[in-house]
Design a protein around this ligand. Structure first.
Ligand code: GLN
Length: 449
């Protein structure tokens, strides 16, 4: 598949051909990565996760409750893509409202992993990652609240970047957990990730949490020769599967061969991250999803008896099990009597996690870490919600702290043939160093797509 960089040089007729080729491949592969093949405008086709608004498109967050909703405006990332010669092409499958790690909770059915159709592509941006990995998309946008860009990128063998919180506008992204959500690119190379990141990054007055910090363009200025100090987190690695540990060893060797300095560190037990994240994320989700009431957006139940019945049945019929579980959990942790014990405490722990990362970054420029504890699991293997939550152990702290992080494919596991990806984590608003380190690791690793 053509790179994003090369596609930007193509004439409109050539791009039209590329669009039909992408469609043909998606039909042929049958991965269920696309919900729809909508097109909006001329330019290099970019696949969008189904929680990003494109004016005139049906945008559903892969939920039954949003059936029939048509977006009345473009998300800021969409406006910026257009300005950079790109155009929205297709809606990518995802976990319902981005809540999940497998893309199995989609109203449209699961997406399959292109490397093994018995396995999940990860989630929640599973459609975006599977399509890019399978050559059904040149590049895609996903969203990452607790790993949803980085983890599917790792499971599918592609590059996925979660920018610093506040770096990319959330205007027009359907909110899951507003203090954690970020939009970011999923591509096949670090260079393409930089091109797409440059297009979407930067301050936006429509998003009150958007940072007023200049975003210097990165593509074309990446310096893989810079020598950096990279921290490895020994207790993280010890908990991962043999395939992930092997990839980690390989990455450390590659980084040393590139002349970087490796330092060994520890971070707190990941079980605190999981508890903290699932309190903060569900509390915010319960609040954000209160707006889907059957009145203002999307689907409404038939023949409501009265207003309460309308709310009750529209929400009961429209939301899937995982979304309901999160709304229940979120309302519980926010309820009076439990607020201090859960929500307030989680905010305090969040602060401690931030301090721990700050400490590591006093010495290191980047952190190397696993993304997921193993290769992509088989469909149905994470049916137990707690098991699924636990599989987010390496990604969610990064969102709690707001740091930028990028997944890179490292190797294919000899036993299963499945890709293993690792993440590099950077200092807040220092995406440049993250790209420099990622480009260095990418060139010294021999991963074939
Ligand atoms: N798996 C995590 C969750 O279910 C992260 C999802 C995401 O990043 N959107 O909340």
């Amino acid at each position: 598949m053509i790179s994003l960089k090369d596609a930007l040089q193509k004439r409109p007729e050539e791009l039209a051909e590329i669009r039909s080729e992408l469609r043909r491949r998606a039909d042929e592969n049958g991965l269920n990565a696309y919900i729809a093949f909508d097109e909006a405008g001329e330019g290099v086709p970019i696949l969008l996760k189904d929680n990003i608004q494109v004016k005139g498109w049906s945008v559903t967050c892969a939920s039954k409750i949003l059936q029939g909703y048509v977006a009345p405006y473009d998300a800021t990332v969409v406006t910026r893509l257009r300005a950079a010669g790109m155009a929205p092409f297709g809606r990518a499958n995802m976990d319902e409202f981005a809540m999940g790690s497998t893309t199995e909770s989609s109203f449209y059915g699961p997406t399959l992993n292109p490397h093994d159709k018995k396995r999940v592509p990860g989630g929640s941006s599973g459609g975006s990652a599977a399509a890019v990995a399978a050559g059904e998309a040149i590049a895609a946008l996903g969203s990452d609240t607790g790993g949803s860009i980085r983890q599917p990128a790792a499971y599918c063998g592609v590059v996925g970047l979660k920018p610093t919180y506040g770096r990319v506008s959330r205007y027009g992204l359907a909110a899951y957990a507003s203090s954690l959500d970020q939009i970011g690119p999923i591509t096949r190379s670090v260079e393409d990730a930089a091109i797409l990141y440059d297009a979407i990054a930067g301050h936006d007055s429509h998003d009150s949490t958007s940072a007023e910090i200049d975003s210097e363009p990165i593509a074309g200025r990446i310096d893989p020769d810079r020598k950096l100090t990279v921290a490895v987190i020994d207790n993280y690695v010890a908990e991962a599967s043999p395939a992930v540990r092997k990839a980690h060893d390989e990455a450390v060797r590659a980084l040393e061969a590139e002349g970087h300095t490796i330092v060994h560190k520890e971070l707190s037990n990941t079980k605190y991250d999981i508890a903290t994240y699932y309190i903060v994320a569900t509390a915010e989700a319960a609040t954000n999803l209160a707006r889907y009431d059957g009145v203002r957006y999307g689907r409404r139940c038939e023949n409501p008896k009265n207003l309460e019945d309308l709310y009750y049945r529209s929400r009961s019929e429209g939301f899937g099990d995982e979304v309901k579980r999160r709304i229940l959990l979120g309302n519980f942790v926010l309820s009076s009597g439990y607020y201090d014990a859960y929500y307030l405490k989680a905010q305090k722990v969040r602060h401690l996690i931030r301090e721990e990362f700050n400490k590591v970054f006093e010495e290191a420029d980047l952190i190397l870490s696993p993304v997921a504890p193993s290769v992509a699991p088989e469909l149905g293997a994470l049916a137990d919600p707690l098991e699924m939550y636990k599989s987010d152990m390496y990604t969610i702290a990064i969102n709690l702290v707001g740091l930028p992080a990028m997944t890179l494919p490292i190797l294919k596991d000899a036993d299963t043939g499945m890709p293993v990806g690792l993440q590099l984590i950077g200092r807040a608003f220092d995406e440049k160093t993250l790209f420099d380190g990622a480009a260095s690791l990418e060139r010294s690793i021999d991963y074939s797509h």
